[in-house]
Design a protein around this ligand. Structure first.
Ligand SMILES: Cc1cc2nc3c(=O)[nH]c(=O)nc-3n(C[C@H](O)[C@H](O)[C@H](O)COP(=O)(O)O)c2cc1C
Length: 217
């Protein structure tokens, strides 16, 4: 399918995202897609690392801690520990229907549709999100019609070994472009640079930023 057609197939054009700069956090309080009556949200947290005690998992944990303290409901999906096939582009779903693949994405599907917010927590793998996470993002295709324009919030937590902020740009552009397309609004980005070994992020103030982001919701 041509990109133009891909864009045309789903309803409304995306809204601009509001993003924070590297390492900064910005929270926006507005009513989301499906926010619970007392402003409590259903939040899906996608993690992308195969390292259970790795850096991005720790940022996700800290975000969850803050968000749970505020009473939000979390559904965590650890992409690297789930059986999720890559999209086969058969187009049987028509971007809005049942998927021919019967795997762990089924656990996530309805949570994504109902979520008020989606958080992406991933390591940098060759300047992109991990393949484990990308596989899951590509499966959004079958629910595209239900999640596009759905006024969800989102956040991005990323970790990488190098320190040059320029190297984080491709991932941030990807995240922001995805949100722009879906019409979701970013409430924050935590960009943790200079963390290589599993757990080294604990010696930085990035976990506190992730916690504060969750707490600010
Ligand atoms: C396959 C692979 C590719 C990587 N690519 C990059 C890279 O392009 N740039 C970088 O700075 N670090 C890279 N790293 C390092 C990780 O991004 C870094 O260790 C990160 O903190 C891992 O997060 P995690 O502990 O959540 O898995 C790579 C690591 C792996 C295993």
């Amino acid at each position: 399918m041509e990109r133009r057609e891909f864009l045309k197939r789903s309803s409304l054009a995306a809204l601009g995202t509001v993003v924070a700069g590297s390492g900064l956090i910005q929270a926006i309080n507005h009513i989301g897609n499906n926010e619970l009556k007392n402003n409590k949200m259903k939040i899906v947290v996608l993690t992308g690392s195969p390292r259970k005690n790795g850096n991005s998992a720790y940022l996700a944990e800290q975000f969850i801690k803050g968000a749970e303290e505020q009473g939000h409901e979390i559904f965590r999906f650890d992409c690297a520990f789930k059986q999720v096939e890559p999209c086969r582009a058969c187009n049987r779903c028509g971007m809005n229907g049942p998927c021919i693949l019967n795997d762990d994405f089924q656990e996530l599907r309805q949570h994504l549709v109902e979520a008020d917010m989606v958080v992406f927590a991933t390591p940098m793998y060759y300047f992109g999100v991990s393949a484990q996470m990308k596989r899951v993002i590509d499966r959004f295709y079958a629910i595209n019609g239900q999640i596009k324009g759905a006024r969800k919030k989102a956040a991005f937590l990323m970790t990488y070994a190098d320190t040059a902020s320029k190297e984080a740009e491709p991932m941030l552009v990807h995240y922001r472009t995805l949100l722009d397309y879906l019409g979701w609004k970013s409430v924050g980005e935590v960009v943790a640079s200079g963390v290589w070994t599993a757990g080294s992020v604990r010696n930085t103030d990035y976990p506190q930023q992730a916690y504060q982001l969750g707490k600010s919701l």
